[in-house]
Design a protein around this ligand. Sequence first.
Ligand SMILES: Nc1ncnc2c1ncn2[C@@H]1O[C@H](COP(=O)(O)OP(=O)(O)OP(=O)(O)O)[C@@H](O)[C@H]1O
Length: 286
Amino acid sequence: MSSFQTQPSDPYVVKSHGALALEAEMREIAQDRPGADRMSMTPALLYLDNITVSFDGFRALNALSLVIGEAEMRAIIGPNGAGKTTMMDVITGKTRPNQGVAYFAGTHDLTSLDEAAIAQLGIGRKFQTPTVFDMHSVEDNILLALKEDRRPFSNIYWRRTPHERERIDELLERVRLKDARFRRAGDLSHGQKQWLEIGMLLAQEPRLLLVDEPAAGMTDQETADTAVLLREIAKTRSVVVVEHDMQFVRDLDVKVTVLHEGSVLAEGPLDQVSADERVIEVYLGR
Ligand SMILES: Nc1ncnc2c1ncn2[C@@H]1O[C@H](COP(=O)(O)OP(=O)(O)OP(=O)(O)O)[C@@H](O)[C@H]1O
């Protein structure tokens, strides 16, 4: 089964017949041996297969399958209502699928865990609107995220251990906020707030980061810098980015998955999927 592996350096080919046959084989195995056993055969970090989510009979996700490898970054695009948010909701345990399987790191069945347990596994989610503590300094926001016990804000007056100091420095450097460490988070630009929140998520050492439209509302420079930042992060962690800004997606320079009506319509490099007649039709409307 090793050929089912998803490598970060995979050429951006749309699934070959071989890969499709292997997936079919995996499904057969899944039917014969439901449960986690089979997942030990694939090193995919995130494995969604045949996921369907219905709201009063309407299928927001329709037999969706998606595999994300270790330290792979994937861009998810698709018109409004394609199911991008619902897919993130399934991964993070906010929404339960009506059918299908969702495994993380081989053995964790995401459909049976709640949101807190999934976060504990190492899945971090960044929503579109930044949620930082405006009244507190950039540094204290990171410190709070580092503290395992995330109770009220009095915690920030705890002494910083040398290890925490080192981690704060690393994280601020990573998210380009070293010079802003003593500024009030509320005074940061929109783009800087987004970076701060990414830094707070990184403090939790996620193995998979889900990022929803990070470029929305950013300046061109911030957008370009964010693409570089996410590329750096994806050297050691998996990242799934939902985005509408095609220049930003181009800058990410990763495999793109196009969702439409709750299913995968196309996958491959941006140039390839944007030349796909079906994708053009979906974006331009019928
Ligand atoms: N709780 C819900 N109840 C009913 N319908 C829902 C619910 N959540 C989502 N939907 C519908 O499911 C479909 C997919 O929605 P979703 O928000 O996942 O799409 P999206 O790709 O994230 O869209 P956008 O790009 O506009 O954010 C839409 O038609 C939406 O109206």
